[in-house]
Design a protein. Structure first.
Length: 259
C-alpha cells in the first residue's frame, strides 16, 4: 500500500506552543498533536475544512492538554494518550505505550516512550511519512527541560532520534527557536552551519514564521544537545574531549537552565 503524503498545518497556541494538524488525504482522517488550547485548533480546522478524527497526546502537562475537552466536544475526535499519564489527560479513549501503533486513516505511527522531560512523555514516529512528533523532548536547536528524572534519561531519549533519515521532519511542541539558537551559538561558536541557522531563525521571526518543522539533517549539524558526542561541545563545558556523551549533555542542559 502506498501512503499518501500527509497534509500538515502548523500554528501558534497560547504564547509559544505549536499546534499541529496532520491529515491523510486518502481517507480524510486528521489528527491534532496535543491541544494546548481549543480556539486555535478549531480555527485551523475551520480554515482548512478538515474534519478532526484524532487527538494524539505527547504528555500530560497542562499546556498540551488544556483544550482537549472543548475540541473533543466540538469534533468527537478520539483521544490517544500515554498510558503512564494516568488520569492527568482529560477525555482519553485509548492509552498507548512503547511499541504500540496508532493509525490516522492510512497513516501509521509507532509510539516511542521518551522519558526525561517528564515520566509519561511519548513521541509519535510516522516512518513512511517521514514525520516525527517530538513534543517537548526535541526542539529546533534545543531540547526540553528535565522536569522528572535525571538528565541521563533525557539523553537516552534524544539518542533515539539520531539514526532517523536526514529528511525526517521534526515537529516540536514549542517555538523556542531564537532562545535555543542564542544558546547554541554560545556553546558551539565555531559552527558555521549553526550561524546560518540562527540567521534563518531571526529572519523567520521577523516575518512572523518559525523554524518548525526542522529536519534531522539540520538538527544533527546544529543542535548542541544532539552533538554531545562532539569534542567541541565537551570543551564548551570544560570537560575532556573523550567525556561520555551523557556527561556532556548533563553539563550543557545545566548551562542552558541558567543561560
Amino acid at each position: 500500500m502506498t501512503v499518501s503524503r500527509p497534509e500538515i498545518r502548523t500554528f501558534l497556541c497560547r504564547s509559544d506552543n505549536i499546534g499541529v494538524l496532520i491529515r491523510d488525504p486518502a481517507t480524510g482522517a486528521c489528527a491534532a498533536i496535543d491541544v494546548p488550547e481549543a480556539a486555535p485548533v478549531l480555527k485551523a480546522l475551520d480554515e482548512t475544512g478538515w474534519t478532526l478524527t484524532d487527538i494524539l497526546v505527547t504528555h500530560r502537562h497542562l499546556d498540551h492538554v488544556e483544550g482537549i475537552p472543548e475540541v473533543k466536544r466540538r469534533t468527537g475526535a478520539k483521544v490517544t494518550a500515554p498510558r503512564k499519564a494516568g488520569p492527568d489527560v482529560p477525555e482519553v479513549d485509548v492509552t498507548v505505550a512503547e511499541g504500540d501503533l496508532v493509525r490516522v486513516g492510512d497513516l501509521e505511527a509507532e509510539v516511542w516512550e521518551m522519558p526525561g522531560h517528564c515520566r509519561d512523555h511519548v513521541t509519535y514516529w510516522f516512518a513512511e511519512a517521514g514525520i516525527v512528533c517530538a513534543g517537548d523532548t526535541l526542539f529546533t536547536l534545543g531540547c526540553g527541560r528535565v522536569v522528572e528524572g535525571q538528565p541521563e534519561s533525557l539523553w537516552r531519549s534524544l539518542e533515539r532520534f539520531l539514526p532517523l533519515p536526514d529528511d525526517t521532519q521534526v515537529f516540536s511542541g514549542h517555538d523556542y527557536v531564537l532562545a535555543n539558537a542564542r544558546f547554541a551559538v554560545a556553546a558551539d561558536p565555531d559552527n558555521l552551519l549553526l550561524r546560518d541557522r540562527m540567521a534563518q531563525a531571526e529572519e523567520a521571526k521577523a516575518a512572523g514564521r518559525f523554524l518548525i518543522p526542522t529536519t534531522m539533517k539540520h538538527e544533527r549539524a546544529t543542535n548542541p544537545f544532539l552533538r554531545s558526542t562532539e569534542p567541541a561541545l565537551a570543551k564548551a563545558v570544560n570537560l575532556a574531549p573523550n567525556s561520555p556523551a551523557e556527561v556532556v549533555f548533563t553539563a550543557l542542559r545545566a548551562w542552558k537552565n541558567s543561560f
